[in-house]
Design a protein around this ligand. Structure first.
Ligand code: SAH
Length: 247
């Protein structure tokens, strides 16, 4: 009989942002598959486990996703408790449900454990209240990078009245800017670009929509980074202390 696979969100980087459930699952794990973007510091919760790095730099011949699927299956079928650690939340641009479905199709049960997604953690670490009353009627998590290379409808998003939190946007700043301006978003709309959110080496670049690509260039913004676009970013500038303590 195969054992269960835990698909665990490891949060954005700060190991203290791990949930208690994630810590419990890690404590049960015999094999841990860890993604590139996961802070290895969280491995302190599974000293008993065999740890296998399965990030893009995994160095395997097959595609990383196939390789990961097969590893999970192999160990689960050996009856070993497998924990798959993914950055942020497994189901926010993280293929968590695809992996769960694939495992189910192969007769293996899995359970997804939420993690704190980078967009939420980055905003809080920079003092940005994403849905501040009167300034935003919601928040949209959106990726700039899709498998089929299509773009989100930036113009529609500009009109949504929600704070935009953009994942995987570093290489597409000019395109995002153009789409949002076309949708009528003001050039003066405040923007925060947050690199390595929640980690001690987190960096934050403040800008406005009209200067976003140039400012990111000067700042030498690098992935992983999220963009927060909307009036709520200015609310943080008026605050003395951040909403949360950073490590
Ligand atoms: N499942 C993850 C997202 C994976 S997609 C989550 O919920 O956070 C990878 C993208 O997430 C990166 O390109 C970047 O946009 C964002 N990201 C992940 N970790 C980050 C971090 N510590 N700081 C800023 N952005 C991060």
């Amino acid at each position: 009989m195969s054992a269960k696979v835990w698909l665990i969100g490891a949060g954005p980087g700060d190991p203290e942002l791990l949930t208690l459930k994630a810590v419990r699952a890690l404590g049960e794990a015999e094999v841990v598959l860890i993604d590139d973007l996961v802070n290895p510091a969280v491995l302190e919760h599974c000293p008993q486990a065999r740890v296998i790095g399965v990030g893009k730099r995994g160095g395997c011949r097959s595609t990383p996703q196939e390789f990961i699927h097969r590893l999970m299956l192999r160990y689960a079928r050996q009856g070993k408790c497998v924990a798959r650690l993914k950055g942020g939340d497994p189901c926010i641009f993280g293929r968590g449900s695809e992996e769960a479905d694939w495992l189910a199709a192969h007769g293996v049960a899995s359970e997804i454990v939420n993690g704190i997604t980078a967009g939420l953690a980055g905003a809080t670490a920079c003092g940005i209240p994403l849905t501040l009353r009167g300034l935003a009627r919601g928040v949209t998590l959106v990726t700039a990078h899709t498998q089929d290379d299509s773009s989100p409808d930036w113009a529609a998003l500009a009109r949504s009245g929600t704070t935009l939190v953009v994942y995987m946007g570093v290489a597409k700043l000019a395109e995002i800017q153009e789409g949002l301006l076309t949708g009528g978003m003001a050039t003066s709309t405040p923007v925060a670009m947050i690199e390595n959110a929640s980690l001690p080496w987190q960096r934050e670049c403040r800008s406005i929509l009209g200067n976003m690509p140039q400012d990111a260039d000067t700042f030498q913004l690098r992935s992983p980074a999220i963009l927060v676009i909307g009036q709520v970013v200015a609310a943080a500038e008026q605050r003395d202390a951040p909403l949360a303590l950073t490590a």
